[in-house]
Design a binder for this molecule. Structure first.
Ligand code: MLT
Ligand code: MN
Length: 303
């Protein structure tokens, strides 16, 4: 049976944990040296069939530091080399694409995304720093199965989302299912299946059906409750307005996935206001009692 290696490179949402300018109650724990919390970089995972060659799923502004602390992703051969064969993007958010700028310096790899997300890169000319003759951009259609790295196959599917923050003009549509925000199913032949869904505004029945029976679900853990940013005094937006479902409550992800059969379930893309970041918090205990893990930077899962 083929194996599937997953490395959690960045378990935090945009801004990371702690966020550079945040003195909310959860970020403050870090600044005060509280040992119940740990630093987390911005949202990305790597997957591999063999632990040797890897594909990145999203490319965070922290990619350089993520590579520095991850021997498997470091260059192995002179003069220049990378174990990264490809990068697949799930949306055009800054936390998922800004690291592409750190992957310049004439290194070949494949860049995979929906036509809509590729359009965002095209409109932002700074991404031309990645020479298309070395970094071909491959459009991936919804429902299409593509080779990711080695014999790992990825299929992307739409999830309820919204346009990236920097592209909002007026009130954006929230929760539309389109190629703007996708989830990824990764499979090894006759082997395990992993779902990676770092951004999702709500959980439709179709998503539960699709995911049921997977070996691992890595799911949007941005907020514990919808008004968390307001309660912390760090912003006016609700989770819903940001295009992210909350963990708690009757409409939350804990309730939505309660009866869905899964090998493992893990929250990822966790915001710096979320109390599950605190190791002994009531919310962390609630999440773990419901059978969920809270993913952490450097976590390696071999299925
Ligand atoms: C999000 O996940 O909502 C975005 O990454 C927010 C942002 O762009 O900072
Ligand atoms: Mn994000």
């Amino acid at each position: 049976m083929s194996r599937l290696h997953v490395l959690v490179l960045g378990s935090a949402a945009g801004g990371g944990y702690p966020q550079w300018n945040c003195r909310g109650p959860i970020s403050s724990l870090f600044w005060e040296g509280d040992t119940r919390v740990e630093e987390r970089s911005q949202s990305s995972i790597a997957v591999s069939p063999d632990g040797v060659t890897w594909a990145l799923l999203n490319c965070s502004p922290d990619i350089r530091q993520q590579i520095i602390r991850t021997p498997a992703l470091q260059p192995k051969e002179p003069p220049r080399h990378t174990p990264l064969a490809s990068v697949l993007l799930t949306n055009g958010d800054i936390d998922h694409i800004a690291g592409l700028l750190s992957l310049r310096e004439r290194q070949p790899f494949r860049l995979l995304a929906t036509p809509g997300v590729l359009e965002v890169l095209k409109e932002n000319r700074i991404f031309d720093a990645l020479d298309p003759t070395l970094v071909p951009r491959q459009a991936v259609a919804l429902g299409e199965s593509i080779s990711l790295v080695g014999d790992l196959v990825a299929e992307i599917f739409p999830v309820p989302g919204k346009v990236p923050l920097y592209m909002e003009r007026g009130e954006p549509e929230i929760g539309a299912e389109s190629e703007t925000t996708v989830g990824v199913k990764i499979t090894a032949p006759n082997g395990p299946t992993v779902f990676y869904v770092p951004g999702c505004a709500h959980v439709p029945e179709s998503l539960k059906t699709r995911i049921a029976g997977a070996d691992l679900l890595l799911f949007d853990g941005t907020l514990w409750r919808d008004d968390e940013m307001q309660l912390a005094g760090v912003g006016q937006k609700t989770g819903h307005r940001m295009g992210h479902i909350s963990m708690s409550g009757p409409e939350g992800s804990l309730a939505a996935f309660r009866d869905v059969e899964l090998g493992r379930r893990s929250f990822i893309h966790i915001n710096n206001t979320n109390p599950v970041l605190v190791r002994d918090s009531r919310e962390r205990q609630e999440v773990e009692a419901a059978g969920w893990d809270v993913a952490y930077d450097g976590q390696e899962i071999v299925l």
